[in-house]
Ligand binder design. Structure first.
Ligand code: NAP
Length: 498
């Protein structure tokens, strides 16, 4: 099905512009077939020390390269990614399982981010502002933080890395990147692209290895001043508390419990399309996946019927096959978690309308497949309506009014993404004001972010930072206020004012 090959059976770390092999390694498994794709290094903490030393040295020079020149490397990265889009997409499907159409979309996100952030090389705007004293000039500018660490999850192995590494690099930092152990191939490929694009040695370093070893060593390393993390809440909380002890800047993007609201005046067919795409795309393994549908009771039955009809059309299998709509679950542990939530839902009294089982036969026998699953008559307080399942499981929660829908949407600890289907303009404006999530969609599903807008969530989803958009620069830069006094005498602010 695929014509791409890695040309190696073992990946290597990329430190100081060199490919460094590590003795210990682990198999990377294709979740669609159960086959081994490659061995990923299991590095030790010493590799983080080496990467940090290389990054520290490289950053001293890199920060002095004019930002428009730093950006030239990102333009080159964008061109190379574009040239290799199909190769990257196929490898992404093989290591992650998402269907090829979505993999192409993810790679495109990375390409877009390269060109967008390269543009920042000619902006990186600061402010000039009047000083309060005569013959004095005042301005502020972004300065790089130094050496930054990025830790990324398996579910978007290339897009999220570009949301973090591209702004960090254009802003003049050096990067150490620890990718998820499940999906290291995208990191290997992107490092090769950076190398070919002419990034000076040491500006980007990739260290493979277990989170508990490499991630932890990064969080505790004195020379790494920023940790930008995307992943689960448990890991994020741990990183925040450990990073906090050292006063590191820590950016966290974590889980979601995203809802689509379907009002009584909605275009139900459009809502069904939005739900199918948001709930079952990437097999529900997106941070923005729709796992709750808050439906007005007046359209509940119609919605159920039409959803079931569309779910029947979903083809499940190896995502390299263009006709497949739902790919596998990342690993056996993920599969077990999804199965256990299906049981929890049944025991809590939600009604299972479709799915709820693993697929183990025929072409699906060797992969990790779970049938798209629909519960109805769930209540807002049930665990299946509160906790992140990270699989193709969606629960319908009936409500009686717009106000109740907003309350149910906001009644979870997460705050990433929400959506409302309505044709009432007043409801649209009230919803965008009152839905307590970092991303709000109107008449679209809960997924579909564009890279030039800030991406991230409120409440338990994050800690106030954003990936992508110009806001992505914030965690990787410090604001410097600069005063130039050209009066030739000492002027004391707030004192020598007439
Ligand atoms: P995870 O288990 O927390 O892993 C994320 C990354 O953290 C991996 O690289 C992992 O390494 C590393 N890690 C694990 N333990 C660590 C430690 N003690 N110290 C430092 N790093 C450590 O999350 P995941 O299962 O990969 O990703 C799924 C989660 O990510 C979901 O909750 C999803 O909602 C969330 N997510 C959020 C966003 C967003 O923008 N809000 C986007 C995508 C995903 P190993 O791979 O070696 O374990």
């Amino acid at each position: 099905m695929s014509d791409v090959s890695l040309k190696t059976n073992k990946l290597a770390n990329f430190i100081n512009g060199e490919w460094m092999e590590v003795e210990s390694s682990k198999a990377v498994i294709n979740p669609a077939t159960g086959e081994e794709l490659v061995q990923v290094p299991l590095s030790g903490a010493k590799c983080v020390d080496d990467a940090a030393a290389a990054a520290k040295k490289a950053q001293k020079e890199w920060r002095l390269v004019p930002a428009p020149q730093r950006a030239e490397v990102l333009y080159q990265v964008g061109y190379l990614m574009k040239e290799r889009k199909e190769r990257l997409s196929q490898l992404l499907t093989m290591e992650n399982g998402k269907v090829i159409e979505e993999a192409r979309g993810e790679v495109q996100e990375g390409i877009d981010m390269a060109f967008y952030m390269a543009g920042e090389g000619r902006r990186l705007f600061g402010q000039t502002t009047p000083a309060e004293l005569q013959n004095k000039f005042a301005m502020s500018q972004r300065t790089p933080v130094g050496v930054v660490g990025i830790i990324t999850p398996w579910n978007f192995p290339i897009a999220i890395a570009t949301w973090k590494s591209f702004p960090a690099i254009v802003a003049g930092n050096a990067v150490i990147w620890k990718p998820a152990t499940e999906t290291p191939i995208m990191a290997f490929e992107l490092a090769k692209i950076f190398e070919e694009a002419g990034l000076p040695e040491g500006v980007l370093n990739v260290v493979f290895g277990a989170g508990s070893e490499i991630g932890d060593a990064m969080v505790h390393h004195d020379d790494i001043r920023v940790i930008s993390f995307t992943g689960s809440n448990d890991t994020g909380r741990h990183i925040a508390s450990e990073g906090g002890k050292q006063l590191k800047k820590v950016s966290l993007e974590m889980g979601g419990k995203n809802a689509v609201i379907v009002m009584d005046d909605a275009d139900v067919d459009l809502a069904v399309e939005g739900i199918i795409w948001s709930a079952f795309g990437t097999s529900g393994q997106r941070c923005t996946a729709c796992s709750r549908v808050i439906v007005h009771e007046a359209v509940k039955e119609t919605l159920e019927e039409r959803l079931l009809a569309e779910m029947e059309k979903l083809t499940i299998g190896n995502g390299l096959n263009e006709s497949i709509k739902v790919g596998p679950i990342i690993n056996k542990a993920g599969l077990e978690k999804i199965k256990s939530y299906t049981e929890i839902g049944k025991n809590e009294g939600a009604k299972l309308l479709a799915g709820g089982y693993e697929l183990t036969e025929g072409d699906n026998a060797n992969g990790n497949y779970f049938a798209p699953t629909l519960f109805t008559d769930a209540t807002a307080d049930m665990r299946i309506a509160q906790e992140e399942i990270f699989g193709p499981v969606v629960s319908l929660i009936p409500v009686k009014s717009f106000e109740e829908a907003i309350e149910v949407n906001n009644g979870v600890t997460y705050g990433l993404s929400s959506s409302i289907f309505t044709n009432d303009v007043n409801r649209v404006f009230k919803a965008q004001r009152d839905l307590d999530t970092g991303i709000v969609y109107v008449n679209a599903g809960t997924t579909g972010a564009e890279i030039h807008l800030p991406f991230g969530g409120t409440k338990g989803t994050g800690n106030g930072h954003r990936d992508s958009g110009v806001q992505a620069l914030d965690v990787f830069t410090e604001w410097r206020a600069i005063y130039v006094d050209y009066s030739g005498k000492l002027q004391r602010a707030q004192i020598d004012v007439d």
